[in-house]
Write a protein that binds this ligand. Structure first.
Ligand SMILES: Nc1ncnc2c1ncn2[C@@H]1O[C@H](COP(=O)(O)OP(=O)(O)OP(=O)(O)O)[C@@H](O)[C@H]1O
Length: 257
C-alpha cells in the first residue's frame, strides 16, 4: 500500500534563505504524525508544501501515491487562525468548502453533509450563528468541521489549538482524537506542545533547526489507545518518551542531523 503522504528530499527556499534542505517523511494511511521543532524551523513550510500551497526548489510530495502539484480535495488544512468568513453562518462557512468538492449534489444533501460535520464537533446548535457570535474554541471547531466535511484522505493541522486557553484546547484535543480514531483519517499535525503530540500521535517527527531544516528523527509513540489525558502519564514509557522529546527541544540536539 502506498504511503498516505510521502515527502522526499524536499527543499524550500525563500530568497537567499534555504528553509528546508532535503526533508523526508513518510506517513502511513490512518496514521497520526505530529511534527515538532523550534519556532521558525520550517514546520508550517513543510505542511504548506503538503497542502500544495508552497513552491519547492527540490524533492517531491505525494498524497495517496499521486504527486502534489497544488491544493486538492484529498487534503484539508486547518489553520491556527480559523479563517472563517464573518458574514456567513457556521453552516454556510462549511457549505462554502463543500460545494466545489461535491459539485452536482442537491442542496439538501450538501446541507446534510454540513450539519453532520458540525454535529461531529458538537456545534449543531450554533449552525445558524455567525463567527462573531461564537467563542474562539467554537470558531476553531467550525474550521475542523469544514475540513472534515470534505472527507479528505489527509487532514493537515497547523497548530490548530495554539490560540486557545488550556481548558478549551484539552477539550478539542479529546474531540479530535475521537473523530480521528472513528474516521481513520490520516493526520499530519504541527504543534509546539509535547503533551499534545503524545496524546494524539502514533509517531512524532522531530525537525531540526533551520537554515536547511529536515526531519532529524521520527519517534514512535507506543502508548495504548484510546488515550485519556488523565491517565496517560501513568502508562509505561510515557515519562521516558516525554524526556526524550524535551531533551531534543531544549537539550541542544536540534541542530541539523
Ligand atoms: N514567505 C516567506 N518569506 C520569507 N521567509 C519565510 C517565508 N515563510 C517562512 N519563512 C521563513 O522560513 C522559516 C520557516 O518558517 P515556518 O513558518 O515554516 O516555521 P515554523 O517552524 O512553522 O515556525 P513557528 O513554529 O514559529 O510557527 C523561518 O525562518 C521563516 O522566517
Amino acid at each position: 500500500m502506498s504511503a498516505a503522504v510521502e515527502i522526499r528530499d524536499l527543499s524550500v527556499r525563500f530568497g537567499d534563505y534555504l528553509a528546508l534542505d532535503r526533508a523526508s517523511l513518510s506517513v502511513r494511511p490512518g496514521e497520526v504524525v505530529a511534527l515538532i521543532g523550534h519556532s521558525g524551523c520550517g514546520k508550517s513550510t513543510l505542511l504548506n508544501a503538503v497542502a500544495g500551497l508552497q513552491a519547492v526548489v527540490g524533492g517531491s510530495v505525494a498524497s495517496g501515491g499521486r504527486p502534489v502539484i497544488g491544493p486538492g480535495p484529498d487534503r484539508a488544512m486547518v489553520f491556527q487562525s480559523h479563517a472563517l468568513l464573518p458574514w456567513l453562518s457556521c453552516r454556510d462557512n462549511v457549505l462554502l468548502a463543500l460545494r466545489p468538492r461535491f459539485r452536482g449534489e442537491a442542496r439538501v444533501r450538501l446541507r446534510e453533509r454540513a450539519d453532520t460535520a458540525l454535529a461531529k464537533v458538537g456545534l449543531s446548535a450554533a449552525a445558524e450563528r455567525r463567527p462573531n457570535e461564537i467563542s474562539g474554541g467554537m470558531k476553531q471547531r467550525v474550521g475542523i468541521a469544514r475540513a472534515l466535511a470534505i472527507e479528505p484522505e489527509v487532514l493537515l493541522l497547523d497548530e490548530p489549538f495554539g490560540a486557545l486557553d488550556a481548558l478549551t484546547r484539552g477539550g478539542l484535543q479529546d474531540e479530535l482524537s475521537r473523530i480521528v480514531e472513528e474516521s481513520g483519517t490520516t493526520v499530519l499535525l504541527v504543534t509546539h506542545d509535547v503533551d499534545e503530540a503524545l496524546l494524539l500521535a502514533d509517531r512524532i517527527a522531530l525537525m531540526s533547526t533551520g537554515p536547511g531544516a529536515r526531519i532529524a528523527h521520527v519517534v514512535p509513540v507506543p502508548l495504548q489507545r484510546p488515550r485519556d489525558r488523565r491517565t496517560l502519564a501513568e502508562q509505561p514509557g510515557y515519562a521516558s518518551l516525554k524526556h526524550q522529546l524535551l531533551d531534543f527541544l531544549f537539550g541542544g540536539q536540534h541542530a541539523a542531523a
